[in-house]
Ligand binder design. Sequence first.
Ligand code: DP6
Length: 324
Amino acid sequence: MENIGKKYTARAHTNIALVKYWGKENEELIIPANSSISLTLDEFYTDTSVIFDSTLQKDLITINDEITDDKKIINFLDLIRKKAGINLYAKVESYNHVPNSAGLASSASAYASLATAGSKAAGLELSDKELSMLARRGSGSATRSIFGGFAAWNKGTDDNTSYGYSIEDPVKMDINMIAIVLNGNPKKISSRVGMKISYETSPFYDSWIKQTNDDFSTIENAIKNGDFSTLGKTAELNAMRMHSLTLSADPSYLYLNKDSLLVIEMVKTLREQGIECYYTMDAGPNVKIICQKNNIKPIINKLSNQFSQDQIKVSGPGEKVKLI
Ligand code: DP6
């Protein structure tokens, strides 16, 4: 228990899903309804420090220097305490280097870094697989952010069989992502709530699972074969299939706005002009364009007609979580 009373800091990067996770079979354990695949991104990350301290009377948590008593984070610390067999409170300091406006989920990098720093500070020595299972309990997408490059989340059926793993790291494929920031407003329907409504009410949900299992194999093979075109095309279709679940839910809802549709049209026009690129969107309006290095410039040129420089953010593949 020599780690107790020492501060540990971990850095984890966000990821963008190529095969989306959108629905839970078990809400408490966060067991997803399908397996998913993502690319970890180098530009956006979270640094989280944790120390378990016998002088504390309660957990002290700050995010970007603002105090919070977020129940989800405290429950997550309880999980770590239970695993480690300790009952000390923790001081947690987390800094998101994910521009709030970037529309990239910070919960993935936040819980991946909290799981890594928190378990170490509690005296646990966890493997990457075990870290991914712990991170999963905070936020599903965090399962994949333990790993760098292309990562998968095996859905599994219970706490011990639902984990993340690396498909390819470092990434051999030439692949980049351009995020177009469209809307800084907090989303009205969180992904947690949105996926629950889709899971419970969309009449297309069973078809989504069937199709997504196919998309998983297609993208996994595309990664192994270095086939960028198949990867991009399938990721784009998979994103639209996810968004069609929100449209077909009761109540129906939509994350995309008119600017999202504008970017989608721009991507199609670029493709017609021979510039290969594909779009994907998560639970928000921002569009992310998947492309290869030589096309970054022409894509940014086109986007610059409509959007300002600070709305356009380019990322490459990112590293696995690490203690810093
Ligand atoms: C659209 O991981 O944020 O980004 O597990 O409820 O915390 P919770 O959800 P979260 O959902 C991510 C949804 C997504 C797709 C994906 O990342 O696979």
